[in-house]
Design a protein around this ligand. Structure first.
Ligand code: DON
Length: 304
């Protein structure tokens, strides 16, 4: 199969979907991104790399950071992590408050904002500087020592972060955060604000396709079982209240972000990153979903 020709063809097929969604603007610094951009990158376990469109343009990875943060924290915390956060789909928007009260401050899963804040709190307990730990890890795996958070986006997130602050305070009131709310938010916002390209994301996500071991650096980050667990939570919770639609149309573990990026994993084969900034009503990239749907449909490569 000629993967390069295939992704270029898929790019042509999805470009007409421009302007069916909107760039996220609830974080003002994200709203300034040029909307008509599309990148697609693949990294295979045998070391092949494919990219087309804006696959080398850095963008704000936003909630895709939550997949990497979960992996790092699960590695350090093991099963104890699941005392602080659940692993069930929420069926609610990513920044919803309501479920948290019914469930006594334990977020449904690590990918809604409340869950990511709980994971970040555990990461601070283990690593001290959770953001630097994630950044160092991503730099190593993506092969780019200059990866960094975009400070303008981090500041904008903090300035408009009342909802996340409310979630954090609420969890703290239930005793489900060990560290000060401001500290947890600061690490969380900086993680979300990291800029990466599709090519870098696909490289960094490859360990999830390889049973937890990085083909680039040879390091075993997760046990086989933990890699299965992270992929399972990505499938069921990685795209929030659209996880059913993604499973139906794409059939892969996927993690999305409001910067318009999507990281998808084909266990045993490859990692895929797609990016286009215009989002649907549930906060997922319109062109990204169209592209992943076409990719798995045309190749027959999905977990189903
Ligand atoms: O906290 C927020 O709202 C953003 N930093 C991240 C949200 C996000 O990416 C949800 N993804 N689809």
């Amino acid at each position: 199969m000629n993967l390069q020709a295939l992704i270029e063809d898929i790019r042509q097929q999805v470009l007409p979907f421009y302007d069916r969604g909107q760039v996220a603007d609830y974080i003002p610094a994200l709203a300034s991104v040029s909307p008509h951009q599309f990148g697609f990158a693949i990294h295979t376990l045998d070391g092949q790399e494919y990219g087309c469109g804006e696959s080398d343009v850095p963008f704000s990875i936003q909630s895709i950071s939550k997949a990497f943060m979960l992996a790092l924290t699960l590695q350090a915390d093991g099963e104890a992590l699941w005392r602080h956060v659940g692993k069930e789909p929420s069926g609610n928007p990513f920044n919803s408050l309501v479920q948290l009260e019914y469930e006594h401050g334990i977020p449904r899963n690590p990918f809604i904002n409340a869950g990511a804040l709980a994971v970040t709190d555990r990461a601070i307990s283990h690593f001290g500087d959770a953001h630097l730990q994630l950044l160092a890890w991503l730099r190593n795996e993506a092969g780019n020592p200059r990866l960094a958070a975009d400070e303008a986006i981090a500041a904008s997130e903090r300035e408009h972060g009342d909802r996340n602050a409310a979630l954090a305070h609420f969890m703290k009131s239930y005793g489900n955060l060990d560290h000060p709310v401001e500290t947890v938010l600061d690490h969380y916002f900086h993680n979300c604000s990291i800029s990466m390209s599709c090519l870098e994301l696909a490289r960094a996500g490859l360990f999830l396709a390889n049973h937890g071991a990085s083909p680039q650096t040879g390091r075993q980050y997760l046990t086989r079982s933990q890699a299965k667990q992270v992929n399972a939570v990505m499938l069921t919770c990685g795209t929030y209240d659209a996880a059913g639609e993604f499973a139906y149309r794409v059939g892969l573990p996927v993690k999305s972000g409001v910067g318009g990026g999507l990281l998808a994993v084909i266990p045993g084969k490859m990692s895929i990153a797609v990016w286009s900034p215009q989002l649907d009503a549930r906060g997922n990239s319109v062109l990204g979903l169209e592209a992943l749907d076409r990719f798995t449909t045309r190749t027959g490569l999905s977990i189903f």
